[in-house]
Ligand binder design. Sequence first.
Ligand SMILES: Nc1ncnc2c1ncn2[C@@H]1O[C@H](COP(=O)(O)OP(=O)(O)OP(=O)(O)O)[C@@H](O)[C@H]1O
Length: 569
Amino acid sequence: MSQRHDNFAPPCPSAPTPFGQGECAINASSPPAVELHGITKRFPGVVANKDIAITVRKGTVHALIGENGAGKSTLMKILYGMQKPDEGTIAVDGEQVTFASPGDAIARGIGMVHQHFMLADNLTVLENVVLGGEKLYGIGAKARRKIQEISDAYGLGVRPDALVEDLGVADRQRVEILKVLYRGAKILILDEPTAVLVPQEVDALFDNLRELKSEGLTVIFISHKLGEVLKVADDITVIRRGTTVGTADPKTATTKQLAELMVGTELPSPETRESTVTDVPMLQVQGLTLTEAGAAAAAPLTTAAPPDPSGTVALQEITTGRKLLDDISLTIHKGEILGIAGVEGNGQTELIEALMGLNSPDAGVITLDGQNISKVSVRKRREGGIGYIPEDRHRHGLLLEAPLWENRILGHVTEAPNSKRGILDPKGARKDTERIVREYDVRTPGIDVTAASLSGGNQQKLIVGREMSHAPKFLIAAHPTRGVDVGAQAQIWDAIRDARREGLAVLLISADLDELIGLSDTLKVMYRGRLVADADPATITPEQLGSAMTGAATGQLEGTEQSEDGDAR
Ligand SMILES: Nc1ncnc2c1ncn2[C@@H]1O[C@H](COP(=O)(O)OP(=O)(O)OP(=O)(O)O)[C@@H](O)[C@H]1O
């Protein structure tokens, strides 16, 4: 490592050693909950983890940070029994263990909350928590008591009889946490837990984490949000290119230092106040309304998803006509980034799907560059100049089991360089994939590996590279930097800004409010399917925006104006 900061100590040596020998940053005052020593994991062409050494103290929050592809998820999968290390040892509470499956890890008190929640929407909280763990406390009064007890003990505020489909993102996350606690977890692994939360929800989650550790539980969490890491972590381990490069003391370290240690670059800022907005409308939406029945017509864009076995039931339920999009009108001009703020589940997904032609709106007109595209197919819309960075990269952005170069073709089959005179051109696609890998720094051993084998952030870089390569007129960018490290984030922001300067119109949807405020020229708040307020990105704060998003703030917000469609509800 070339740079060294006073606040950073080298990682603990990989061979088991007693604590407190001076050069190791970990405080010896609490006993270790987890000790990873000499962990090495190889995949074809990649050493994902190399001689990793981490000690996690009991009753602490331990953050794991590092650039995309550094090896964080692999390491946590090893600790959770999902992957087997090629070398190295794991000790839990001082005892050496080997895990053949997550079941083994759970039995040793390790639980993992994944980024993508794994809850059944149509079941209650109680049913979700009990599901698969029926042997523990049954499914009746005893289970209910236990859930209430855990919820009260850690301040989770979970209601056992609430239907999961009625819960917001933060509540769902609490259910996931409760679920692992119910199974006896004493060590919780959280994979980017704040990626989908608004600032107030992040604070609430951090209160929960503090509660957990005050009860002696241990939390390991992966994050790219360095400010949050400094706020909540007791210890920080930095992983770089598969190996531990240092530990940091959150009391004294700065985000800038962390960023430098992680990726060797300074912390980027999304702030952009140069205006390139023209008065030429690129995308116009008038009175877009969608009921549940129209949304059910949604077709997957890329993957041939297996039919939902509960499809018939779902269809029977779609009779209420509840409006998922309610009279949405907006205009995005050439050179303009219009940001939409909203807690997930308030219609953003449906709006994106409507613009892409993936659902059937009940009313409304969509115009792209003067052409009415309301009834036009997905393919024609793409050929007409719509770029699409989807919110769920696994469902709509990639064919996970296909190689990278085939993923380069996805959504752009008929366009150059993937196609020549109407015929697929694998050579052209391969060459251009290599360019994207180079230009967007996609960390991969080659373009023939599957998309599934890339780390999450590198998958995202591939999608962004692909979509920007077609010089779109209008870009739908849903969480464009979700899961990417600070270095790649800066690169993606630059790519979007550069294209905007050339006249690109962008619809930006992001849970990262700094990104939303920093990049947008115009900002709207979406709540329960409606655009309820316009905010000025130059003056609004993330906290004010967060309040508006949760519907907590009514009337006109500071830094906002009334929405086009009337009252600021
Ligand atoms: N199943 C797999 N097959 C092949 N390679 C893999 C597999 N899983 C991970 N890798 C590779 O191992 C390396 C580490 O990936 P990992 O997902 O652990 O990184 P990460 O630090 O979690 O990244 P991110 O921040 O982007 O999520 C990457 O180069 C990735 O491509």
